[in-house]
Design a protein around this ligand. Sequence first.
Ligand code: PLP
Length: 392
Amino acid sequence: MNYKGNEQGFYGEFGGAFIPEMLYHNTNELKENYLQIINSKVFKKEFKDLLKEYVGRPTPLYYAKRLSKKYNTNIFLKREDLNHTGAHKINNTIGQILVAKQMGKQRIIAETGAGQHGVATATVCALMGLECIVYMGEVDIKRQAPNVARMKMLGAEVRPAISGSKTLKDATNEAIRDWIANPVDTYYLIGSVVGPHPYPDMVARFQSIISKEMLSQLQEKTGRDYPDKIIACVGGGSNAAGAFYHYLDNTKVELIAVEADGLGVATGKTAATTQVGSEGIIHGSKTLLMQNSEGQITEPYSISAGLDYPGVGPLHAHLFKTGRGKFIGATDKEALDAAFELTLLEGIIPALESAHALAVLKKITCKPDENIVVNLSGRGDKDMETYINRMD
Ligand SMILES: *Cc1c(COP(=O)(O)O)cnc(C)c1O
């Protein structure tokens, strides 16, 4: 079974590039160039140096002693929360900004929902001195004021999307419209393993630094370069893709993907795409998505803004369909409980997204001699308001 996708960007039946003809030139230019660029010596050196000196990699693989004791197993946390800007997203934006530079692009566009990807994009644009335009739903701009302020301080222009539900999918439509209108000088920087080929493959390659580091870190700490289980949350799926990447073909490793159940799958207020979604095309890719009987995308819900996405990337749809990945949900409440548990046991305040992955420790059987890696995708500073409300 091929889990890494073929040359046309298909993961089994999922993936590909289902795009309007007017976008063909743009995606094709990227498709023709990306592998050659990211495999070049110049790129590899610059990417490696920036990950080390600017992002702060490698991130630790921390043995969580008190958490392990509680679950009577061995739990390691891959500390993506310690990256510059507080999450894994910067691994991808660093990679793509270098690709954009190599392609001679001067203007960067992106869309963002919660604002995390917008901040990661604005950060690398400031770093490289490139123009940055971030599309964001008008509703999200109001909900995510601190991230909007960060983007502006970093020099980005935040453009409101005022159509439809004024959220992420509408911002995506605006970004695509912009890219069609500006095919020569503009690079579209996508934030997860979603979108038309080659984005899912390219983003997975950039995030695969996570599992690459795990190989040697596990070897050193456990005497074996693979764990028994890897647990990661899935919004679009980039942190999970990165944590799984070098273990996709090692079937001794159980891959556990955690979706946001929201208020519960049965309530309809959920973002658990594999549970309530069906096959269709979103963002130029054939995958699983949440849609109504007429094929219109339905609004997802989760307490965690980063998991509030109405689809999963094609790699994850394939992992789900083939059974290679085990998909489990965690509700808002379960994630909140897990966030407080980690904080009190280990002194680490996790992002709400990452807390969904932690919540699954209660739902699986863990053996005392097992090694489990939980990908701690981000830190909880941005979620303090939600955490404070729960303490009242
Ligand atoms: C954006 C985000 C996610 C979800 O995105 P993926 O592409 O699924 O990784 C998860 N955790 C954090 C901290 C995020 O910021």
